[in-house]
Ligand binder design. Structure first.
Ligand SMILES: C[S@@+](CC[C@H](N)C(=O)[O-])C[C@H]1O[C@@H](n2cnc3c(N)ncnc32)[C@H](O)[C@@H]1O
Length: 278
């Protein structure tokens, strides 16, 4: 009896060791995979290479894949697997009323310009899109439509659902909690009044289909450039430039870029900086 148990244990251990031996996560294959992620999606993990590769390795093993080369081949052939890998890698932190200064500027500019259609890229789980609509609704600007767009399909699904934990609302004035949300199973769900003026798309800013979204009067592009290298920042800004008319407004997160994008002029105000397409 004891002999049998011991033998079983040894067999399992041997199995684990041989499984480990079969795994082959080589550095050169990792380099090629990270380069592909950077080229396609702009995501540059050079500074967090080790931790990112550990995450990717765990992802591969969970999906029964034994090395980076096999993983690369599989994601090249399966959009579904590629999407799950990208969802796992992207940092999607966001919350309501983040960097409120830009909303104040938008409101002021609405008095001078005809602003009806706004794009929010990236929109992550939707808080930014709904914040813009709530802020404007509070100031009698209800005739606005906001499109949110993000690379992470799980976050786009969450945005469409529009239900949040209380911590996402920590900067939102308390009176708006009851005014624009319904409580459902411990979550705060955005009311129809706001939701009906938002829509969300799963897309990569670098895809050519991004250029087919039509024209927007203002674009919010905040807290995404920190993951891009300089070339990708310039490329993303040129994609955005195409979707704005002359005089269109661009809001960029305060930590995102340190230069004025080509084809824009920079405006400085007490509430923050922004750019106008020229
Ligand atoms: C930190 S969140 C920013 C959300 C929101 N704009 C904000 O300021 O709170 C960054 C988001 O950028 C998205 N992202 C990264 N690369 C992208 C790309 N190539 N195209 C579209 N979205 C991308 C990620 O999926 C993530 O949800």
């Amino acid at each position: 009896m004891f002999f049998w148990l011991k033998n079983k244990k040894n067999n399992n251990q041997n199995k684990k060791i041989s499984q480990k031996k079969e795994l082959n996560f080589k550095d050169n294959d990792a380099k090629i995979l990270l380069q592909e992620i950077k080229d396609k999606f702009g995501l540059d993990y050079e500074k967090q290479k080790l931790v990112t590769l550990q995450k990717i390795e765990r992802f591969a093993i969970k999906n029964g894949i034994g090395d980076f080369r096999e993983l690369k081949a599989k994601i090249d052939n399966s959009i579904e697997l590629q999407t799950r890998l990208i969802n796992m890698l992207t940092v999607t932190e966001t919350y309501f009323y983040r960097e409120l200064g830009h909303f104040k500027i938008l409101l002021k500019l609405m008095k001078e310009k005809n602003i009806k259609k706004i794009l929010c890229v990236p929109s992550s789980s939707g808080e930014e899109v709904y914040s813009i609509l709530m802020y404007l609704q509070e100031r009698q600007q209800a005739d606005i439509f906001v499109t949110g767009l993000d690379l992470n399909s799980d976050e786009v699904a969450a945005a469409k659902k529009g239900c949040y934990l209380e911590r996402s609302l920590h900067l939102l004035p308390k009176n708006l909690h009851t005014k624009y949300f319904q409580r459902q199973e411990g979550r705060y769900c955005v009311s129809h009044l706001i939701k009906k003026r938002a829509n969300f798309l799963h897309q990569n800013i670098f895809d050519t289909s991004f250029l087919e979204l039509g024209s927007f009067d203002a674009i919010f592009c905040r807290n995404m450039f920190i993951y891009f290298n300089n070339d990708k920042k310039v490329k993303a800004l040129s994609q955005i430039h195409t979707l704005l008319p002359i005089g269109g407004i661009l809001f960029i997160g305060h930590a995102d870029i340190s230069f004025t994008p080509e084809g824009f002029i920079k405006k400085i105000s007490n509430d923050g900086n922004y750019f106008i397409k020229v």
